[in-house]
Write a protein of this length. Structure first.
Length: 277
């Protein structure tokens, strides 16, 4: 399976670092009418950091939240945001370490420590605010949002899909399965599984398939022969598998195209005339 050619050239993609306030609504001019002292109040905001890429022509576009591995929001995931945007999406790579300063590391021991500091409840709150930030942008199709997560980010992506009903699709690369939360997951799921994964068990994946199938939720799983955890990451020559990564990428693009604007339970259909090509 081959990926289609990008819709946009790299030079047609804009980018920006973003800081999104978490725990507060988007600013509204009516706030002052309700509370005349609002401009003088100082709040201790938590800001979610991220890297955004999106086509500079046309729009509005559907959006994809990208969730990085335990290394942090490094150049690999910033480049991935560009790659996603070239296919007609607003891509927002969210820094899941925003609450601890947004560090990036190449040391597995330090990465494990950083991952251990992430509080899932806080992160899900931040991801929800990131989705609402996208909904507030006039170049984004409202609630036409998917999540694309890798390893740690894949685990969090599944948890987010369980928590946010409006999510259109979840594409997960070798993430742990939140088995106790699956009853609330409603969006279609594409799961990329490494054949020789020393992190995610076969039982987890089977449980996910069984639970989602029982709930009549679309769940597609692909296992890639001869691969290990993180086989998609081309900055890690010890595990990267070019052929498997290319196949997974093509399937990811096809899945997003099929489901991010498709009609499925809980989401109002979108006319074909509004699909971006």
């Amino acid at each position: 399976m081959n990926a289609p050619a990008p819709t946009y050239d790299r030079k047609e993609i804009g980018s920006a670092t973003v800081r999104i306030p978490s725990g507060t609504g988007m600013p509204d001019p009516m706030d002052v009418a309700i509370d005349p002292y609002a401009p003088t109040k100082v709040a201790k905001h938590v800001f979610i950091k991220g890297f955004q890429a999106w086509p500079q022509k046309g729009g509005p576009y559907p959006a994809v939240l990208i969730l990085h591995e335990w290394w942090g929001l490094n150049s690999h995931f910033q480049d991935l945001a560009y790659r996603v945007a070239q296919y007609g999406y607003v891509a927002l790579a969210v820094d899941q370490y925003s609450r601890i300063g947004g560090p990036v590391t190449g040391d597995p021991e330090l990465a494990a420590q950083l991952m251990g500091k992430v509080k899932t409840a806080d992160l899900l709150h931040d991801l929800n605010d990131a989705a609402e930030y996208l909904n507030f942008q006039d170049y984004v199709k409202k609630n036409r949002i998917a999540v694309l997560g890798f390893s740690m980010g894949g685990s969090h992506g599944l948890s987010f899909a369980c928590a946010r009903r409006q999510l259109r699709a979840a594409v997960i690369f070798y993430g742990h399965v939140p088995t106790e939360k699956l009853s609330t997951l409603r969006c279609p799921v594409l799961y990329h599984q490494a054949e020789n994964d020393d992190s995610v068990t076969e039982q987890e994946v089977h449980h996910m398939v069984s639970a989602l199938t029982a709930n009549k939720v679309m769940c597609e799983v692909h296992k890639y022969p001869g691969t290990a955890h993180s086989f998609f990451n081309d900055t890690r020559p010890d595990v990267y598998k070019e052929e498997a990564a290319a196949e997974a990428w093509a399937r990811t693009l096809a899945f997003l195209d099929k489901y991010i604007l498709a009609d499925h339970p809980g989401v109002r259909p979108l006319p074909d005339s509004q699909r971006v090509r």
